[in-house]
Design a binder for this molecule. Structure first.
Ligand code: ZN
Length: 1001
C-alpha cells in the first residue's frame, strides 16, 4: 500500500464555517416517501485530496490505499454532517453506517478492483467490483477507480470469502492523479443505494441490536446461505470449463474440460486453489452443498415447475431480506432471491430467459427449513416499441446505410447537380433502387469469406428465418463474391448491416476509453447479433414485425456457464415490400429490408447492452434505457436533418427514429409534462421499481434523451461555419456527450434508483477524467473537467433539481444556491419544439461555439459585468483577468488550433454579488487596472494580431473550474496563464459561466 498523507481538516475551515453549506455540498436523500433508501453526496469544487507516495518501500496504489483514503474521507464527512447541531439541518444515520465500513462489525465490505491495476484484463469473478476505469495498458494508474462496497457476510465454509448482496452498498469515485512523487487521490462525493420495497438492508435490520444478537442472527444466516453458488461469490471461479468454439454444436454451447459427473456433487472447484480453503463437503449427496444453493436445490423443482424454467439453469444474482422488527432475532425472515433462468424449450424453439423473483421464508436461520412463498418471472428481454480508421487495402467493400436515409446528406466532395432527394423517398417502403441512393460503398474491415466476428461481438447465422443459412450459434461468414452490388432487400445485406453498425458502436466505445473486455461484468461471451430474428414473447415470434430486442440468454446448465450471454435480435424495417430473389428457380424466395439497416434503432439496442453488461439489468429502474440518447447524439452531426439549411421542417431534427419510424423525440421540454419532476414522470419518481423487475419508465427515456441532446447542443452541437453547420465541431460535441454518458454508465455500481445518480455520474465522468482525452471521431483533444456545469444545467433545464420534489413541476429546476456568472451574449430565451422557454442570463443555452468577436458565448464588452443566478448572495468573490493576443500561426481554416500568447494578469476584488439583482459592473479603479493591462498588451502585440482578455470570477461556494482551490485538471495556478489553444479556451469558457472571454473584432 502506498504511503498516504490525509488532509488535516476537511472540509477546510473557511468552507465549513460558511452559513449555506448546501451551496457547496449537494446532499440528497431518496424522494420523500420512496421506500428505496439512497444518498447522493457531491462537492465537486471542494475536493478531498489524499497524497499517496509510491515506489520502493512506499508500496503501490492498491485496494488498501484507496479504501484507506475513502475511509478517512467518510469519517471527516460524517464528522461534519452529523455534528451538533447538524449543519444541513438533520443528521444522517446512513452516513454513520457508511463511515463504519472498516469497522469489524460492519456488513459493508469493499469489492476488489477490476480490472486489476498493472495486469492484463481477466474475467471478473462475481458480478460487481470496484471499477478500474484506467485508459492505460494493463489498467495502470493514473486513472479513475470507482471504489465500490456492498453488504456481505463471511462464509463459514469458505473462510476469507464473503457472500455479497450486491443491491446494498455504495460507491466512491476516486480520481488517481499523477504527482511528482506518486499520486493524489481526489474524492468529490459518493452515492449509496439500499434495497427498496419491502426489503431492508441487513445493516438496517440489525441496527440497534446487541452484539450478541447480531452474532446469533448472522451466524444463523451464514449457515443458511453458505456456499452461495455460481456467479455470485467474489473470489471463487465457478466455471471450470473451457469454451471451445470449434466444437460448438446444437445446444451444447461449451465443452467441459472436466467431467461434470452429477454424482460427485461438490461445489465446482475454484480456479485459484492456493487461496481457497478446501470445500467442506464430505458426503456424496447434492444436499451437502449447503446454502441458498441447497435451498435452491430443495426448491428447484417447485421453482422450475411454477416458473416454467429449466431447473439446472438457475443463476443466483442477488439476495434481499425482510423481517418484522419483532422477528429479527427469532429468525423468521423472508428472503427474496433474484435468479436468472432459462425458459423451457417450446415446440417452436427459441426459449426465452427469465428473471425470477423467489420469496422464501426461513423458519429459523441455519435450520434449513424453507418455505416457498411465491415465484414471479419477467422475461429478460427489452425492445424498442411500447468513423473508420486506416484500413488494409485488400478488404472488400460493401453497400451499407452509414446513416438512416432521412439523415443522408450529399458529401461536400460530390454535391449532386440536382437537389437532395426529398424525405418522401427516404422511407422503408421505397423500392430498392431508390433506397440504394442513400447507401455508401464502404470498407468493412473483414476479408471475403471471413466470419463476421470480433471478440466483443458477432453476427450469428439465423437458419430459422433464412433458409439455407449456416448453423445457428456460429458466426455468419461474409460471402466470397458479389458484395459490391447487393440490393438493400437481401438477407445478406441485413447481416452486413448488422455487422457494420456493431462495428461502429464497439469502435466508438473503445474510442471513448471503454474496452468491452473490461466493461462486461455481469455477462460473458461476445454480444450475439441475430441479423434476422423473431421477437419474443408475443406475436413477433415469427419475425414478421417491425421491432428489435436485446435479451439475456441463460445457459441450460448453470454449472457449465455461470453468467448469461447477451443477444440482440433484429426483425424487420418494413413489412409490406419484399424482394423476390432467384425468381423462377426452386430456391426462389422473398427477402425483406432488415431492421439492421437502421443505425439509430441499433444504437437504441446497444443502450440495453451497455446496461446489461455492467449493472446486470436490461433497463434502468428510472428509465427504459439511454439508447435513444445514444441514437440522437451519435447521429445528429451526421444528419441532414440537423443542417441549418435543411429545406424541410426543422422539427425533423428532434425525431429520434425518422426512418423506421417510432414516435419518440429528443427535443421535449418540461412545459409539456416531459420534465424530470413533471406529470409524465411522477409514477417513476414516487415509486421507483425495485431492481429491474418492472417496466414502467418508457416515457422517461425521452426525458433522458432530451436532456442528453440538450447537453450535446450546449457543448457545441449547434456550431456554425458561416451559415452552414460546422460538422467537425458538432461531431466533437457528440463524442464529448457520448463520453460523459457512457463513462457515467460505466461508473455505476448498484442499480441506480434515481436519475440523479446518472446525472452525478456524468458530472463525475467529467471531473474525474484524465486531463485530456482524444475523441474517436477526431477534433482536438478535450478536457472533460470543463463539462460538469453544462451537464448539471441540461438536467436542471429538463426539470431536475426541483425546489419542491413533491410538486408536479412543468418548468426548469432550480440553479445552484450560488451560481455567479460573467455576462455573455447568449439569449435569455431558448427556442424549443414546444415554444420559447425563458432561461435568464448566465445559462448554457445552445449557441454556436465558433471563434468570433460577435459569437454568443463571448462577453459583449472589454469590461465584464456579472450576476448571480442563485438564491444566496456570493460574498468575497474575486476576479482574475489575463490579457493576450492570438497568433496567426495557423491558416484561417484551422482557427481553433491557433495559439494565444498571454501577456499579463490582474487579481481584483472582493465583490459581494447579490442574487436576482441587475448585473454588477466594476468600479472605476478596477476598470483602470484592466484598461492598463490591455493597453500594455496592445503595445506589445505584433501588428495584425487579435487581442483577447480572459476573465475568471470565483467564490468559495461557486468556484470557477480554473480556480486552483477546486483542484480540477483545468486549474490555472497563481503564476500560470490560461490555455494557449483557441479550442481549449472555447471549451473552458463555454462550459463555465464563471469564465468570460472577450476578443477584439
Ligand atoms: Zn429498448
Amino acid at each position: 500500500m502506498a504511503k498516504l498523507t490525509h488532509p488535516g481538516k476537511w472540509p477546510p475551515t473557511d468552507v465549513a464555517e460558511g452559513t449555506t453549506p448546501r451551496a457547496w455540498l449537494r446532499y440528497e436523500w431518496q424522494y420523500p416517501g420512496s421506500r428505496r433508501p439512497s444518498r447522493l453526496i457531491s462537492h465537486p469544487t471542494v475536493p478531498y485530496v489524499t497524497a499517496a507516495r509510491v515506489g520502493g518501500a512506499d508500496g503501490e496504489i492498491d485496494l488498501a490505499a484507496l479504501s484507506t483514503a475513502a475511509e478517512h474521507y467518510l469519517k471527516q464527512l460524517k464528522h461534519y454532517v452529523n455534528a451538533t447541531p447538524p449543519p444541513l439541518g438533520r443528521a444522517d444515520p446512513m452516513l454513520d453506517l457508511l463511515a463504519d465500513v472498516a469497522a469489524s462489525g460492519s456488513l459493508l465490505h469493499w469489492c476488489d478492483i477490476w480490472p486489476k491495476i498493472n495486469a492484463e484484463p481477466s474475467r471478473l469473478e462475481g458480478q460487481i467490483a470496484s471499477w478500474n476505469m484506467s485508459r492505460h495498458p494493463k489498467s495502470a494508474m493514473p486513472g479513475t477507480v470507482i471504489l465500490v462496497a456492498t453488504e456481505g457476510i463471511p462464509d463459514p465454509m469458505h473462510g476469507s470469502f464473503l457472500m455479497r448482496f450486491p443491491s446494498a452498498g455504495f460507491r466512491v469515485p476516486i480520481e488517481v492523479r499523477a504527482t511528482d512523487d506518486g499520486f493524489d487521490l481526489i474524492i468529490r462525493g459518493l452515492t449509496a443505494e439500499f434495497p427498496g420495497g419491502s426489503h431492508q438492508a441487513l445493516s438496517s435490520l440489525l441496527a440497534g441490536r446487541t452484539d450478541a444478537e447480531k452474532r446469533m442472527v448472522l451466524g444463523g444466516l451464514s449457515r443458511s446461505l453458505s456456499g452461495v453458488p455460481l456467479g455470485f461469490q467474489a473470489g471463487v471461479a465457478p466455471a471450470t470449463l473451457v469454451a471451445s468454439s470449434e466444437t460448438d454444436t446444437g445446444d451444447a454451447p461449451v465443452e467441459a474440460a472436466v467431467s461434470d459427473d452429477a454424482s460427485s456433487a461438490t461445489s465446482p472447484p475454484p480456479s485459484d486453489t492456493s487461496s481457497v480453503p478446501p470445500t467442506p463437503q464430505t458426503g456424496a449427496q447434492p444436499a451437502a452443498r449447503s446454502s441458498v444453493y441447497r435451498m435452491i436445490t430443495m426448491l428447484e423443482d417447485d421453482i422450475a415447475k411454477q416458473a416454467g424454467v429449466v431447473p439446472k439453469s438457475l443463476l443466483l444474482q442477488d439476495i434481499r431480506f425482510s423481517a418484522q422488527p419483532e422477528n429479527v432475532t427469532d429468525g423468521a425472515w423472508d428472503v427474496t432471491l433474484t435468479l436468472l433462468a432459462r425458459g423451457q424449450d417450446t415446440p417452436r424453439g427459441e426459449p426465452v430467459s427469465y428473471r425470477l423473483t423467489v420469496r422464501v421464508r426461513l423458519a429459523e436461520p441455519g435450520a434449513n427449513e424453507v418455505e416457498l412463498l411465491s415465484v414471479t418471472r419477467v422475461p429478460l428481454v427489452s425492445h424498442a416499441m411500447a468513423g473508420t480508421g486506416a484500413l488494409p487495402t485488400p478488404l472488400p467493400f460493401v453497400r451499407v446505410f452509414p446513416v438512416p436515409p432521412p439523415d443522408w446528406r450529399a458529401s461536400m466532395a460530390r454535391v449532386p447537380p440536382q437537389p437532395a432527394p426529398p424525405l418522401a423517398w427516404r422511407r422503408p417502403t421505397r423500392v430498392d433502387q431508390i433506397l440504394d441512393l442513400f447507401r455508401d460503398t464502404l470498407a468493412i474491415g473483414l476479408g471475403s469469406g471471413m466470419k463476421m466476428q470480433q471478440p466483443a461481438y458477432e453476427v450469428r447465422n439465423c437458419p430459422r428465418f433464412v433458409p439455407g443459412d449456416g448453423e445457428a450459434r456460429l458466426p455468419k461468414p461474409l460471402p466470397i463474391t458479389g458484395l459490391s452490388d447487393l440490393p438493400p432487400r437481401r438477407n445478406i445485406s441485413s447481416a452486413i448491416s448488422a455487422y457494420w453498425h456493431s462495428k461502429t458502436f464497439f469502435d466508438t466505445m473503445r474510442g471513448l476509453g471503454l474496452a468491452p473486455e473490461s466493461y462486461m461484468a455481469t455477462a460473458e461471451g461476445p454480444l450475439a447479433v441475430h441479423y434476422r430474428s423473431g421477437i419474443v414473447p408475443g406475436p413477433g415470434r415469427d419475425g414478421r414485425t417491425i421491432n428489435a430486442q436485446v435479451r439475456y440468454e441463460v445457459a441450460p446448465d448453470a454449472t457449465l456457464q455461470s453468467k448469461p450471454s447477451i443477444d440482440m435480435h433484429l426483425a424487420l424495417a418494413n413489412l409490406n415490400r419484399w424482394a423476390r430473389v432467384k425468381a423462377g428457380t426452386s430456391d426462389s424466395q422473398l427477402e425483406p429490408l432488415g431492421m439492421a439497416s437502421c443505425g439509430r434503432w441499433m444504437m437504441h439496442e446497444f443502450g440495453h447492452y451497455l446496461l446489461a453488461a455492467r449493472i446486470g439489468q436490461l433497463e434502468f429502474d428510472f428509465a427504459h434505457s439511454a439508447g435513444d440518447s445514444l441514437a440522437a447524439v451519435f447521429f445528429d452531426p451526421l444528419s441532414d436533418l440537423s443542417s441549418p439549411t435543411y429545406p424541410g421542417d426543422p422539427r425533423m431534427r428532434g425525431w429520434t427514429f425518422p426512418f423506421v419510424f417510432a414516435p419518440r423525440r429528443h427535443d421535449r421540454t418540461p412545459a409539456m409534462g416531459w420534465g424530470w419532476y413533471g406529470l409524465l414522470n411522477r409514477s417513476v419518481i414516487e415509486d421507483p421499481p425495485d431492481s429491474g423487475t418492472e417496466h414502467k419508465a418508457y416515457l422517461t427515456e425521452q426525458i433522458l434523451s432530451s436532456t442528453c441532446f440538450l447537453l450535446y447542443r450546449s457543448l457545441g452541437g449547434d456550431t456554425l461555419a458561416g451559415t452552414e453547420a460546422d460538422w467537425a465541431q458538432r461531431t466533437r460535441a457528440s463524442d464529448m456527450t457520448l463520453y460523459l454518458l457512457m463513462q457515467g454508465m460505466a461508473g455505476l455500481a448498484q442499480s441506480p434508483s434515481r436519475a440523479e445518480m446518472l446525472e452525478v455520474g456524468m458530472e463525475e465522468a467529467g471531473w474525474s477524467a484524465p486531463a485530456s482525452v482524444s475523441l474517436p471521431r477526431g477534433g482536438a483533444d478535450w478536457q472533460p473537467a470543463t463539462s460538469h456545469k453544462v451537464t448539471r444545467w441540461a438536467y436542471e433545464t429538463m426539470g431536475m433539481f426541483p425546489s419542491d420534489p413533491s410538486e408536479i413541476i412543468s418548468k426548469a429546476g432550480a440553479p445552484p444556491l450560488v451560481d455567479i456568472y460573467i455576462r455573455d451574449r447568449r439569449p435569455d430565451v431558448f427556442p424549443t419544439g414546444d415554444g420559447p422557454v425563458k432561461v435568464g442570463p448566465g445559462s448554457y443555452v445552445p449557441v454556436s461555439l465558433h471563434w468570433a468577436a460577435d459569437a454568443d458565448w463571448v462577453t459583449p464588452g472589454w469590461l465584464p459585468s456579472f450576476g448571480n443566478r442563485g438564491a444566496v448572495a456570493a460574498g468575497g468573490a474575486r476576479l482574475r483577468a489575463w490579457v493576450g493576443w492570438v497568433l496567426n500561426d495557423k491558416p484561417l481554416a484551422q482557427i481553433m488550433e491557433r495559439s494565444v500568447v498571454w501577456n499579463g494578469q490582474v487579481d481584483i476584488g472582493p465583490f459581494n454579488i447579490a442574487p436576482d439583482a441587475a448585473d454588477m459592473t466594476l468600479v472605476q479603479t478596477d476598470q483602470q487596472q484592466i484598461t492598463q493591462l490591455t493597453t500594455a498588451a496592445r503595445a506589445a502585440a505584433p501588428a495584425g494580431t487579435q487581442l483577447v482578455v480572459f476573465y475568471e470570477l470565483s467564490q468559495i461556494n461557486d468556484r470557477a473550474n480554473t480556480d486552483p482551490a477546486a483542484d480540477f485538471t483545468v486549474k490555472i495556478g497563481a503564476a500560470a496563464s490560461p490555455p494557449k489553444k483557441v479550442q481549449a479556451l472555447v471549451d473552458l469558457v463555454a462550459g463555465d459561466n464563471n469564465l468570460g472571454l472577450h476578443m477584439a473584432s
